[in-house]
Design a protein around this ligand. Sequence first.
Ligand code: TYD
Length: 228
Amino acid sequence: MPKQTGLFVSFEGGEGAGKSTQIRRLAAALMAKGHAVLITREPGGSSGAEAVRHVLLNGAAEQYGTRMEALLFAAARSDHVEQVIRPALSRGTIVLCDRFMDSSRVYQGVTGNLQYEFVEALQRIAVNGVVPDRTIILDIPAEIGLERAKTRGAAANAGPDRYEKEELETHEKRRQGFLDIAIREPERCRVVDATRSEEQIASDVLKLVEGLLMPVRKAKAGAGEAGP
Ligand code: TYD
């Protein structure tokens, strides 16, 4: 197995927390400093996982239950890890991933009511040793996040997806679920207050990632990689 030399950063949080905006800003800042960066997302990020994404987000798998959905998320994650994330890390790339294993722990585990051990076992198989070096949890009250997600959906002329449709109470439980993971794994996770301005959040996020950059071999200036 090739040695991992890159840096793996995942972004987590509820709907409308601003993950994709912050990932784009962080990628630009890191690329300007000469790092090779790959932006990717879950569910998806590899061709096999993107096929599963469609089934999960349009609600087609919902009728088969949360256990089935959790297995599908794990299958998609495994493909994404082996086809995209692990190879990028072994090239020395900084991988920025919009959602990863903690989303399954929270959406399928906490609010999907699946057994903790079952969800953990699935994650071990899916990530197969590729655990983020840093996880940024963008924290926002569910009410504000949902309002933002609705505005975004309206602008894109898209209705709410399978998960956005759920009750406010469910979204608050998820917020708490992410905060609990941060408490359990303080080395890996950092919570960032996502109610502040885009600039303030971006500056905090850059600091949290830059602190880990020492061992990363610098690539040629502007060496970005295209995301999916
Ligand atoms: P997406 O359209 O990517 O939106 P978001 O901006 O919220 O990330 O939708 C992904 C949805 O899938 C989101 O509601 C969370 C859910 N999800 C899970 O339930 N489990 C998982 O393991 C992952 C990765 C995502």
